[in-house]
Design a protein around this ligand. Structure first.
Ligand SMILES: Cc1cc2nc3c(=O)[nH]c(=O)nc-3n(C[C@H](O)[C@H](O)[C@H](O)COP(=O)(O)OP(=O)(O)OC[C@H]3O[C@@H](n4cnc5c(N)ncnc54)[C@H](O)[C@@H]3O)c2cc1C
Length: 420
């Protein structure tokens, strides 16, 4: 066993959550805080995030609304978000020199439009607070001791003792393995936020086209998932876009259980129902009687992109050169069915979107979410993606890292102050 004095706090994992926790603890007065980072490059995911721009958080100020964006962790996160949510993250970064700007869809990016400014701010804040960064030090084994933990790491000749340990190892398997070895339940990881492969050549031929608002309904085995009025993007393999990614995030576990086979129903006129569409088509017969189907559309169908409209006409077996007055009744029925309920077979998972996160991880039921401390192992804390929490695309995953890291860092500082 090591003979030197135990370190007050070791943070395993130099990502968003680990940095936030280490900075918060050090700023609150914990004398020695070490971040152990397995690789040579801490904050690597922050750097690549948001296509190099880093979507830091989302302009969603009410914690009760914020939790709705987390397929896993929704209810339990109410407590943590009531203490540190998106507004707090915006203020925290502003205090450290990073102003965030809101985009039309609510996503928030640094004014610099570069993730480098977020990385620099986190590194500078850690340095100012005296946090020691130990790169290329991968935590391998944790042995609880009467006054803390004995830690073994790759790249460390001797084990090191610490009083408090924070695991913030993200989606890497090593953190889950260590947590399980310490007696924690780990919900098996599955990927989240992916696109879908569809057996629909007519749709994939429209690759590059986006459409909104679109209602989606995914039938996976006996389970049904819905997404209202989202944006979808046609790709050469199937569908992507924020609306689709949100749908797959909520359906991630069910899809994995069914080998990514499912049925997708699309209402291309999001929010429009059968009766409203029937009235629209009836009105079009009158008002657009002499216009060709390809060139005239009733008002509520105008949001449909022209290429999609033409493809739907073709799918319904209708000649776009015919006029609305010539539209056969059965053809109208086929068109209405396609507009409101295009039925497509999902043949597999497509590539990931801009973000990739793991659903699953350390079970929240075994944590005190006011301190992020383990209920099984006193002195052990968790933060970030290692937990069984994941958000949809839009800055929500980082928000959870900032919130859980901030809470854990503060709680650790309080606990260590009480003991000293
Ligand atoms: C391409 C991409 C883009 C993304 N863009 C966004 C975005 O714009 N907005 C958003 O909200 N989310 C985004 N995400 C998701 C977001 O990056 C993650 O949710 C977030 O990085 C998780 O942070 P973390 O600190 O929990 O884990 P990580 O960022 O994964 O950090 C964990 C760290 O721990 C280290 N580590 C692992 N095991 C050990 C060990 N045993 N010992 C020591 N160190 C260890 C790892 O090397 C890593 O540096 C994106 C993800 C990807 C992949």
């Amino acid at each position: 066993m090591p003979k030197s004095d135990p370190l007050p706090l070791v943070v395993a994992g130099g990502g968003a959550a680990g940095f936030m926790a280490a900075i918060t603890a050090a700023e609150a007065g914990v004398e020695v805080v070490e971040i152990w980072e397995a690789t040579a490059e801490p904050l690597a995911k922050v750097r690549i995030s948001g296509g190099g721009r880093c979507n830091v958080t989302h302009a969603c100020w009410d914690p009760r609304e914020l939790v709705a964006h987390y397929p896993r962790g929704q209810r339990p996160l109410r407590g943590p978000f009531s203490r540190f949510a998106a507004g707090d993250a915006v203020a925290w970064f502003a205090e450290r020199g990073v102003e965030l700007l809101e985009e039309d869809d609510g996503r928030m990016f640094p004014v610099s439009n570069s993730s480098a400014s977020v990385v620099q701010a986190l590194r500078a804040a850690a340095q100012r607070a005296g946090v020691r960064l130990q790169s290329q030090r991968a935590l391998q084994e944790v042995i609880p001791s009467p006054d803390g933990f004995c830690l073994k790491a790759r790249g460390l000749p001797e084990p090191i003792n610490c009083r408090r340990l924070l695991l913030a190892t993200g989606g890497h398997p090593s953190g889950r393995r260590i947590a399980a070895a310490l007696g924690h339940q780990v919900v098996p990881p599955v990927p989240s936020l992916f696109t879908l492969r569809l057996d629909a050549p007519w749709l994939t031929a429209l690759a590059g086209l986006s459409q909104a608002p679109v209602d989606l309904e995914l039938q996976v085995g006996p389970e049904r998932f819905r997404q209202r009025e989202g944006i979808v993007l046609m790709t050469h393999w199937g569908l992507s876009g924020p609306g689709l990614l949100r749908l797959t995030a909520f359906a991630a576990r069910a899809l994995q259980q069914h080998q990514y086979k499912a049925e997708l129903r699309i209402n291309w006129c999001g929010g429009l129902n059968v009766e409203q569409l029937r009235l629209q088509l009836a009105a079009a017969r009158q008002e657009l009687a002499r216009r060709q189907l390809a060139n005239g559309r009733p008002e509520l169908l105008l949001p449909l992109r022209r290429r999609l409209w033409l493809a739907l006409l073709e799918q319904a077996g209708l000649d776009g050169n015919r006029t609305w007055a010539e539209l056969p009744r059965r053809g109208e029925q086929r068109l209405a069915e396609l507009l409101l309920r295009s039925q497509l077979s999902v043949s597999g998972r497509g590539p990931f979107g801009e973000e990739f996160v793991t659903a699953g991880g350390v079970d929240l039921g075994e944590l005190n979410l006011a301190t992020m401390e383990s209920s099984c192992v006193p002195g052990l804390h968790f933060a970030g993606e290692l937990l069984d929490v994941d958000g949809v695309t839009g800055g929500f995953n980082f928000q959870h890292c900032w919130s859980s890291g901030w809470i854990a860092g503060g709680a650790i500082a309080s606990a260590l102050a009480c003991k000293s």
